[in-house]
Write a protein that binds this ligand. Structure first.
Ligand code: BDP
Length: 603
């Protein structure tokens, strides 16, 4: 049966117990684990927090940079009355691969370090007893996997990763683990879609279940009042005088889906939904038929100590800072984030460009590491990579489709689109993913500086153009910045002359900046220079009507591989890694709080 990715809930018929906390942890550099019975028990292990990336807890570099298999173990008690139900272990994310064992028995494997999976342990558990779950993880990178990279072996025998991307390969059980129990006959998925008619709205829904009983759908407003009800696995809920979800003005209804058998509740699932429409009309991004202008960030899930682990405290702080800055949107660069991020965005009214970890699909992306100049899409790795790419887009859309905050799907970040070989790949992946989203939200990918209106072969595919541009930093930097501005204007003039009929959103631009470094007149790396670069981009954004959004790179400084381009990480944050403002943060606070949501609307 197709796996259900519904976020766990607790109610009269569903349980969810988090297995977060201290687990036991071992590296397995030479791969002895399987032969030595580690699937049952780890002989020598250290304590390891979950959720967390293991890397930054260690003080020796071999451990921090560890590449290969690693194992986690935890004991947990399973009450006797769970018997007769579906019991699953839900991993919100293990980076990048995991095989799950319960009491030594292999349950399943999963690949994809930023999306959830459920191990069905119904038949493997000992009920009324303590059980042991063991996770065999692996964090190697390859060109056949997402995100793309290489794994090499040093002369001393140790492995290391060479990512084709600019963020640290933080690894481990990065998100929560849940022990869930569900009724045998249960809801496995649902979809929602909306049509607006005057002041009213129709919520079209479908539900999939494992059984034959019918489903009742009940919609409640924010005060808990029932506003519509329907019986059927699919149907329409008519809402009179609907409160629409809007950008930075969220309104959420609660949709309850219930399977009943006479008077007994067989299963029930409730979630918040927002009624709104999303449409690209010419060069406009429209929410509920109104033009919107995006202000915000490319971000990372990254913070000190626990690396890429989801931390509700960090996330809360990030949302506070985004709100203060006047932002209304962000991109989940370069992978799907923890589900709680989207829940917060739903509630706070942020628009999210949801991105799959198809990053590094370009040989030049290995340029940090001495990149190769050849077509990525010609490589022998493309077939297996394509299968994983499609699998992860499918799961991302499946997982996130009901969030009102999600307004577009980014299928790749900065792929090679200048070679002919890229065209069949794009053609295929866009065709295969066309019908995955019941709301048919825009699908897109970001274009690097190599990929212009003149060079890119794949400009027919995206519904919105996402541009990543770095004049003022990687070229025409420092005193040459005026040439950088002139060059970008030339590029924008060409888009204008082409009769562009889709919106452009700048999803990356910025300058590395060492917080606290001041200089008059400015020099590169100073806070003053970062503001000058961002002012330059703002002038350009304000000059072209078809530029419909700006998402600065990056929200906060973040960890990357070490290298001569990076001073302990990427410093393009407008906040530091510990979330304190650089001068650029005040620049955006002023700029964005003065830009209305319908900026550049064609009246
Ligand atoms: C872009 C990448 C992003 C990098 C950024 C940079 O999409 O991941 O961090 O450049 O160099 O090419 O700062």
């Amino acid at each position: 049966m197709e796996q259900s990715l519904l976020y766990p809930v607790v109610n009269a018929v569903r349980t969810d117990q988090k297995l977060d906390g201290l687990w036991r942890f071992s590296f397995d550099a030479v791969g002895v684990g399987p032969q030595e019975g580690w699937a049952k028990h780890l002989p020598k292990a250290v304590d390891m927090p979950v959720p967390a990336s293991f890397n930054d807890f260690f003080t020796d570099k071999d451990a921090r940079e560890y590449t290969g298999d690693f194992w986690y173990e935890k004991k947990f008690f399973v009450p006797a009355d769970y018997q007769g139900r579906f019991v699953g272990l839900r991993f919100d994310a293990v980076t990048h691969r995991a095989t799950i064992y319960v009491d030594g028995v292999k349950i399943r494997s999963h690949e994809g370090g930023f999306l959830p999976f459920v191990a069905d342990v119904t038949d493997a558990l000992h009920y009324g007893e303590e059980n042991t779950v063991v996770v065999q993880g692996n964090n190697e990178l390859s060109r056949e996997a997402l995100p793309a990279g290489d794994t090499i072996t040093l002369k001393n025998g140790k492995k290391m990763v060479r990512p084709f991307f600019d963020f640290y390969n933080y690894s481990g059980i990065n998100r929560s683990v849940h022990l869930i129990t569900l009724p045998v006959e249960r809801i496995t998925d649902y979809t929602t879609d909306f049509t607006l008619a005057g002041a009213d709205a129709d919520v079209h829904y479908t539900v999939t279940t494992t059984g034959d009983h019918d489903v009742v759908a009940v919609l409640r407003d924010a005060d808990g009042q029932v506003v519509a009800e329907n019986t059927g696995k699919q149907g329409t809920l008519h809402v009179t005088d609907a409160h629409l979800w809007n950008v930075r003005a969220a309104y959420l209804y609660t949709l309850t889906l219930r399977i009943t058998n006479d008077t007994t509740i067989v299963d029930e699932y409730s979630a918040e939904i927002g009624i709104r429409t999303i449409k690209i009309v010419g060069t406009e991004i429209q929410v509920n038929g109104q033009s919107v202008y995006l202000k915000g960030f490319g971000r990372h899930e990254d913070s000190p100590f626990a690396g890429r682990a989801f931390d509700l405290n960090v996330e809360k702080k990030d949302f506070s800072l985004m709100q203060w800055s006047g932002a209304n949107s962000f991109r989940t660069s370069h992978y799907p984030y923890d589900e709680q991020v989207y829940q917060m965005a739903d509630r706070e009214g942020f628009l999210v460009i949801d991105e799959v970890p198809a990053v590094g699909f370009k040989m030049a992306a290995a340029s940090f590491l001495g990149g190769l100049n050849q077509s990525f899409f010609k490589g022998p790795w493309i077939k297996p990579l394509h299968a994983k790419h499609l699998d992860q887009i499918t799961d991302m859309i499946k997982r996130d489709k009901n969030h009102p905050s999600v307004f577009a799907w980014s299928l790749l970040n900065e792929p090679d689109t200048v070679t002919e070989e890229s065209v069949p790949y794009f053609k295929q992946i866009f065709a295969e993913t066309k019908d995955l989203d019941p709301q048919s939200r825009p699908r897109t990918f970001s274009l690097s500086e190599d990929d212009t209106i003149e060079t890119s072969k794949d400009l027919d595919f995206p519904d919105i153009y996402l541009l990543n541009r770095y004049p003022g930093w990687y070229h025409y930097a420092g005193y040459q910045i005026s040439d950088g501005e002139a060059g970008l204007r030339e590029e924008m003039d060409k888009w204008a002359a082409s009769g562009i009929n889709k919106p452009i959103v700048f999803t990356e631009f910025g300058a590395d900046t060492e917080a606290g470094l001041h200089k008059l007149p400015s020099v590169m790396w100073s806070e003053e220079y970062q503001v000058e670069v961002l002012e330059m981009f703002s002038r350009i954004f304000d000059s072209y009507p078809f530029i419909k959004g700006e998402q600065v790179w990056n929200f906060a400084d973040f960890q990357t591989v070490e290298g001569n381009m990076r001073v302990n990480g990427n410093k393009k944050g407008i906040f530091t890694r510990d979330r304190q403002p650089k001068a650029a943060a005040f620049f955006y606070h002023k700029r964005w709080t003065n830009i209305p949501l319908d900026y550049k609307a064609q009246k």
